[in-house]
Design a protein around this ligand. Structure first.
Ligand code: FAD
Length: 386
């Protein structure tokens, strides 16, 4: 069996490694010319880590991951700790530590695992077609690639999704902008092995460790879509937006490098259940574009990759049966994560201010049980965490 994978993000690369592992002849095509991921880091929750372990990357991901021993919520203005608790009960329950990882390093790890020299960079897909014997992808440079199946791992604005669904879809603005980057660890911002989140005013400021003594940080700021922003001005914007926040947040703003701080408008897409048309299937954000509020978009893409491997393994001579099994294994689970994230997003960002106020009140004195139960609920249900 031969597979063409379009997109060398974390979904496409995980799928490429997964299919290669079972002897599928894989070709990967990527529109960009080099490894330049958008965004600073992601938290790879235990379900994602289990997928990477399954792909043979246990040591590699552990080497890139930050150690999060505790979680805490901190009052935005006073800087008082609302609650602090150990992650150990979660690790014990799901059997795997989560790892926050710098994106560029995660990408490079996946590229090396697949074979970076085997990735066809600078290949922008402009169309995909499907026939009785094979599917064909056409690139902007006029060349084509043909295979038994095509996996569109071409991200949130997926062209493959348009083909599979028969037309474009409109994504939904989730109501907030996320600023993110990396800074050196500083205990004045948060403890070195803690995921610290400052909350207040329907906003959130968070730091968590990644390898190399760095914090991944992000700021969520509710605002209308399409506000003007000039790259390089994040420091000034955040200093104004968070002027009356606690000293730890001021330290973070002073420490960040505005020239490398990303600003991302957050969108998602209603879950849909048609992931396959003939020999063509979507995977990752192309199939389930979610807000990052439960940190599961990338993990879900990794789950897709493992589920695809299992489906092909079960139907080695029948592409249609394999893709049907893949979709059957994934659509409900991935859609549920999108809706869970949306729900969390609404509470965090004050869609109903009363609910957000109630959440702030709950955080005071929380011993971690409820929060960890929610996170475990996100983690369980994938191909390796059923
Ligand atoms: C602010 C933010 C924070 C996040 N935090 C987390 C987190 O903590 N944990 C988590 O699990 N997830 C997180 N996510 C989600 C995660 O980033 C995505 O789910 C993940 O990147 C999806 O991977 P993908 O491979 O499907 O898509 P992408 O990473 O978008 O990769 C798609 C690739 O396809 C290529 N491509 C697109 N179109 C074409 C074309 N026509 N031809 C050729 N190539 C093409 C692109 O260049 C790109 O390289 C976060 C997202 C955001 C925005």
């Amino acid at each position: 069996m031969k597979a063409v994978i379009v997109g060398a993000g974390m979904g496409g690369l995980s799928a490429a490694i997964a299919l290669k592992q079972i002897g599928v002849d894989v070709e990967v095509y990527e529109q960009v010319t080099e490894n330049k991921p958008v965004g600073a880091a992601i938290s790879v929750w235990s379900n994602g880590v289990k997928c990477l372990n399954h792909l043979g990357l246990e040591k590699e991901v552990a080497a890139l991951g930050g150690i999060v021993d505790t979680m805490s919520y901190v009052d935005a203005h006073t800087g008082d700790t609302l609650c602090r608790f150990s992650m150990q009960p979660l690790i014990d329950e799901v059997g795997q530590r989560p790892y926050p990882v710098a994106r560029a390093e995660l990408q490079l790890m996946l590229m090396n695992a697949y074979g970076i020299d085997d990735i066809h960079f600078g290949k922008k897909m402009v169309s995909v077609t499907d026939g009785p014997d094979h599917a064909t992808v056409e690139f902007a440079d006029g060349t084509t690639a043909t295979a038994d199946l095509v996996i569109g791992a071409d991200g949130a604005k997926s062209l493959t999704r348009e083909y599979v669904l028969g037309g474009p879809v409109t994504r939904r603005y989730a109501g907030y902008v996320n600023f993110n980057g990396l800074v050196p660890i500083d205990p004045a911002i948060g403890p070195a092995t803690e995921w610290t989140t400052y909350v207040g005013d329907h906003r959130r400021v968070s730091v968590m460790p990644v390898a190399g003594d760095r914090f991944y940080f992000f700021f969520d700021v509710p605002m209308p879509e399409g506000e003007p922003f000039e790259r390089g001005t994040a420091g000034a914007v955040l200093a104004e937006e968070f002027a009356d926040w606690a000293p730890g947040v001021q330290k973070l703003i002073a420490a960040l490098d505005p020239s490398t701080t990303n600003r991302v408008e957050i969108l998602d897409l209603d879950p849909f259940h048609t992931w396959v048309k003939g020999r063509v299937a979507v995977l990752g954000d192309a199939a389930h574009n979610t807000t990052p509020d439960i940190g599961q978009g990338g993990c879900s893409a990794m789950e897709d990759a493992v589920a695809l491997q299992f489906a092909v393994q079960d139907h080695p001579d029948d592409v249609h049966a394999a893709l049907a099994a893949y979709a059957a294994a994934r659509t409900e689970r991935a859609g549920e994560l999108v809706l869970r994230a949306r729900k969390r997003c609404d509470v965090t960002h004050g869609k109903d201010p009363e609910k957000t106020a109630a959440w702030y009140a709950e955080l005071q004195g929380e011993d971690g049980t409820n929060i960890l139960r929610g996170i475990v609920g996100n983690i369980l249900g994938g191909p390796l965490t059923s």
